[in-house]
Design a protein around this ligand. Structure first.
Ligand code: 0L1
Ligand code: MG
Length: 258
């Protein structure tokens, strides 16, 4: 794809993100769109967001569990970029600004050291400043939440919003892969899983992210936030919903949809 074509698609996706209106998949018009094209569109999309005053604060990993890969028919982990405008400071999701939102529990980390390229899992562990239970709202801009890997990468891995509570934990002293998560929607249990569902260990998602970025001569930086991937399948959100996500003994995060 040429530079002007990549820009045209970035403009189109940005328009549909801003206006919360669904669009046809890019691959309907460009069947041979590659994942590399998708990342090039994503980079231009984020340029548009930063040009409008947003700041890049980190990354999200997506499609990191078999449950999620199976749900959308795409079988490789992908990444998206997070800006400050995507962060919610209260656990309230305003559905009027979204198309067909879904929410998923995740572990988030903040880095104290950078990571570049392929490193052992132990280096990821010692680069983590703190760990936070979190949730992410994903909202594919594509009609019917249906896409190929290249489409979803171009749409910034469906990133829409995320919430981090005002408390965090040391990465040390527990095996985070063993942490159990229960998701209740309106009082009914919808999903139960352990964080091992994320590539065997959520820090493996961070390791893979550093490798993916190195393929584009980029690296993870100190202070960046990383959402490591949905621990369960995502739950569709409707007005009036109230969800509770229990993260082992660490706490409960609410999700409220007015
Ligand atoms: O965060 C995620 O795992 C979502 C990645 C994109 C696929 C989807 O929209 O479900
Ligand atoms: Mg996610």
């Amino acid at each position: 794809m040429t530079g002007p074509e990549l820009n045209r698609w970035a403009d189109r996706v940005w328009h549909h993100q801003r206006t919360a209106t669904p669009m046809a998949r890019i691959t309907e018009e460009v069947p041979h769109l590659t994942v590399e094209d998708g990342y090039a569109i994503q980079a231009r999309l984020i340029d548009r967001r930063t040009a409008s005053g947003e700041h890049l604060i980190g990354y999200k990993m997506g499609l990191t569990s078999e449950a999620k890969q199976h749900a959308v028919g795409v079988s490789l982990p992908i990444y998206g970029r997070l800006t400050d405008a995507m962060e919610l400071h209260t656990p309230i999701v305003d559905g009027s600004r979204l198309i067909h939102p879904r929410v998923e529990p995740e572990l988030a980390i903040v880095l104290k050291r950078g990571l570049a390229g392929s490193v052992p899992l132990r280096d990821v562990l010692t680069a983590i400043e703190c760990v936070l239970p979190a949730w992410e709202v994903i909202d594919s801009r594509y009609e019917g939440f249906s896409f190929t890997a290249a489409d979803v990468v171009a749409d910034n891995a469906s990133a829409a919003q995320f919430y981090l509570p005002p408390y965090a934990f040391s990465p040390y002293g527990r095996d985070w892969a063993e942490m159990g998560v229960t998701v209740r929607r309106n009082g009914h249990v919808r999903h139960v899983a352990s964080a091992a569902a994320v590539l065997g260990h959520p820090w493996e998602a961070v390791r893979r992210l550093a490798i993916l970025l190195a393929q584009e001569d980029r690296e993870l930086l100190p202070g960046q936030v990383i959402l490591t991937g949905g621990i369960t399948d995502a739950v569709p959100l409707s007005p009036g919903d109230r969800l509770q996500m229990t993260f082992g003994t660490l706490g409960i995060l609410d999700v409220v949809v007015p």
